[in-house]
Design a binder for this molecule. Structure first.
Ligand code: ROI
Length: 165
């Protein structure tokens, strides 16, 4: 539908059966009013970015069509994070049962106190760029350039595809 926006969500987990966390979050997101799933990447295993004394992550990227605003979407993602047991203990870049990031919202660039879109760090994170490229190879990241160039300049750091999408 013409008045819907295509948005991309990054999913990550490294605690409490990460692959299941990601799959359950996918189901919860797709079941939300105002959201339709368009595509879902394979699951990827990635080395932790940040502190290394934590388990490997499972990451994936989901494409949706939505008529929700960016902040409405953010609230829903935070609710799903909480329902799936995420506790914010204040530890910066520590392990987490579920992390849902609004990566992209159409071609918009957004900077408000609670939300930055495109997501901060999108251009340097192999666990975001490669799954995103799998489901949207022709994408341009607003303010950052073509996704194919970003992928070409981002080392894999051992990223492994776990499943077919
Ligand atoms: N590292 C990886 N590999 N995957 C993540 O999803 C992830 N999320 C985070 C930090 C702690 C920055 N590291 C991560 O929030």
């Amino acid at each position: 539908m013409a008045d819907k926006v295509r948005a991309f969500i990054g999913l990550g987990s490294n605690l409490a059966m990460p692959s299941q966390q990601i799959t359950q979050a996918r189901t919860a997101i797709a079941a939300t009013n105002g959201i339709q799933e368009l595509a879902f990447s394979s699951l990827y295993k990635s080395a932790p970015m940040g502190p290394q004394d934590q388990p490997d992550y499972v990451n994936a990227v989901m494409a949706i069509a939505t008529d929700l605003s960016p902040l409405e979407l953010l609230k829903i993602l935070q609710r799903i994070e909480h329902e799936h047991g995420r506790v914010r203990n204040g530890e910066r870049w520590g392990p987490r049962t579920l992390d849902l990031d609004l990566l992209l919202y159409g071609d918009q660039q957004i900077q408000v106190p609670d939300l930055t879109v495109p997501h901060v760090g999108i251009a340097e994170r192999e666990f975001v760029l490669y799954p995103l490229y799998e489901i949207a190879p022709d994408l341009t990241v607003p303010g950052k350039g073509s996704l194919s160039d970003l992928v070409a300049n981002c080392p894999l750091r051992g990223l492994q595809r776990l499943t077919q999408s």
